[in-house]
Design a protein. Structure first.
Length: 565
């Protein structure tokens, strides 16, 4: 944590007129300053800044506070982020309480120093400048995004030595690594894209090769400052416009963001070589913008867009998906001067829920009964991840795409109960209790699957005690999981935050419930089966009774299928 005395010392240095004046045009008004409020639309100034009180107040919308509060409101920063941004602006060194790691100030200074060196290198490297020129990147964009160039490993190590940056500290921020007792630079002969936190502090770098290196892009490794699953490239530059325009465009890569900004689409950001994750959602929610996912039309891009659409629709985000066709990406369209085409695409994205439904339909042959059934089940499960209002809106569309009645897609319990599949000519066993939407078996299956997705090392515990046939509702998803394949239902389960996950002990308890239910039903069927030989019948009754007793005592038992005749 930041030391309180340090915060008070910073406040004494800060002039609120300077801070607010960076964002609002202020005019002297007696002892105070007046301007148009940045937090609501107004034509007559009602926003007052008081130098004597070091505070601001809008008499139109009621927002007020000190310089820290202003930055928090304007840039949507947390309290520590706002303090650190002010400290950076005033070149003030904050103190941190013991055990807080110093807030990363030393690490950020190292990244700033190396970032300036990368930028200076670009001025003297013609090949790198020619590459950026060939991609249509302007000098203004090079400066705006602070692009640079990383030379060979030897030059990087020499620079670190010359500037007295310890290699151990350089390793902590992801600049270098070591192997076999030798140090090496992680980024070599690459265009450099500095990566910043939402508040504008440097946290890492991305590098793009200009040759045929198999790794086209490389990012900084995970550090205490750099977590690619929580960062969006270009967000620190785009956030002001995101708040004003209520729109954020999420592209796939650095060049897409740079070229979109260059063309005036200055709310563009990009994920850092990873799919959109739940960790990105808090950042995307700031300012409540419409989210447009703009990805390439190749298989990888479509798959990533589908995953993002599931995630965003499940969390009630407004917006939709734009897929670029013809082998072009946003950067290509900007370079070709097709700005009107981009505007048309961004103005008419396919809504998230509609995109997911369309993709599920496209992945199955609806003319084949099996294909139609699989599409039906996947869409039905997807709809259940949506809010009631969104679900109601897309039920008719889903029914139309599937060629079924809307009533068929309404949530209902599984058609058949949890039942041993190896029993031939089986009778209809007793039905389980009827919960409101999903059966208990459905909920248990989803929790087991999501737990294994989160902690794959627990899969042996499940496979030792369960068989594929024991999964009733999500059998295909479980099969895909153990075979290491992708499956729409797996994606849905992974993204659905309402589904519980368990640690090892919790999973054991879930399996105890699941298996006990299975063997109780199997036992009931055996007792009523007059076709089974008496000796075999008695054997399995005793065996299953023993299993149930062990499960009640908290002991897991190996899977045992229902006996055939």
């Amino acid at each position: 944590m930041i030391d309180n005395n340090s915060i008070e010392q910073l406040k004494q240095l800060v002039d609120i007129v300077d801070v607010v004046g960076n964002y609002v045009e202020l005019k002297k008004n007696g002892a105070n300053y007046k301007g148009l409020c940045p937090f609501h639309d107004e034509k007559t100034p009602s926003f007052i800044v008081s130098p004597s009180r070091q505070s601001f107040k809008c008499f139109g919308c009621g927002v007020g506070g000190d310089a820290i509060k202003f930055l928090m409101e304007y840039e949507k920063l947390s309290y520590p982020e706002a303090i650190e941004k002010l400290a950076h602006q005033y070149n003030f060194t904050l103190r941190y309480t013991q055990g807080s790691g110093g807030g990363g100030q030393q690490e950020r200074r190292i990244l700033e120093t190396v970032g300036r060196w990368y930028r200076a290198n670009l001025d003297h490297h013609q090949k790198a400048k020619n590459y950026l020129k060939s991609r249509g990147v302007s000098l203004a964009s090079i400066e705006k995004f602070a692009l640079g160039y990383a030379p060979d490993s030897r030059a990087t190590l020499e620079f670190l030595q010359k500037t007295m940056i310890p290699l151990q500290k350089a390793e902590e921020v992801g600049l270098v690594g070591h192997e076999g007792g030798r140090w090496y630079a992680r980024l070599i002969d690459r265009i450099i894209f500095p990566i910043y936190s939402p508040s504008g502090a440097p946290v890492g770098f991305g590098g793009r090769t200009m040759g045929d290196h198999p790794a086209k892009y490389i990012n900084s490794p995970q550090t205490k400052l750099f977590n690619k699953s929580r960062l969006l490239y270009g967000y620190h530059l785009a956030k002001e416009q995101i708040y004003r325009k209520k729109r954020i465009i999420v592209a796939e890569g650095y060049m897409d963001v740079i070229m979109l900004h260059q063309a005036g689409f200055n709310t563009a950001v990009a994920t850092l070589g990873t799919a959109l994750t739940p960790d990105h959602l808090p950042l995307l929610k700031k300012g409540e913008p419409e989210v447009i996912v703009a990805y390439d039309g190749d298989n990888a891009g479509i798959a990533a867009a589908q995953k993002a659409a599931r995630l965003l629709s499940a969390h009630n985000f407004d917006g939709g998906v734009v897929i670029f066709s013809g082998g072009k990406d946003p950067a290509d369209m900007v370079n070709d001067g097709d700005i009107e085409g981009l505007e048309a695409l961004f103005d008419a994205p396919v809504p998230f829920a509609q995109f997911v439904i369309d993709r599920i339909v496209a992945q199955h042959d609806l003319n084949a009964p099996k294909g139609k059934e699989q599409a039906f089940l996947q869409i039905q499960h997807f709809l259940q991840t949506l809010s009631p209002f969104v679900q109601e809106k897309y039920l008719p569309y889903a029914a139309l795409r599937l060629g079924v009645s809307t009533s068929m897609l309404l949530p209902r319990q599984a058609a058949s109960p949890f039942y041993p599949s190896s029993y031939p000519n089986r009778r209809t066993p007793p039905q389980p209790p009827k919960p409101t939407i999903l059966t208990l078996a459905d909920v248990a299956e989803e929790s087991i699957i999501k737990t294994l997705l989160k902690t794959p090392t627990l899969i042996d515990m499940v496979l030792d005690t369960m068989d594929l046939s024991m999964f009733n509702v999500h059998r295909e998803a479980f099969k895909a999981l153990i075979e290491g394949r992708e499956h729409d239902d797996l994606l849905r389960i992974e993204m659905d935050e309402s589904i519980k996950t368990y640690d090892e002990e919790g999973l054991k308890k879930q399996l105890l419930y699941f298996l006990r239910r299975y063997y109780e039903r199997a036992l009931d069927i055996i007792k009523k089966d007059d076709r089974l030989p008496l000796q075999k019948k008695v054997f399995y009754i005793r065996k299953y009774q023993d299993y149930i007793l062990k499960l009640k005592r908290g002991e897991l038992v190996a899977y045992e299928s229902y006996p055939t005749r």
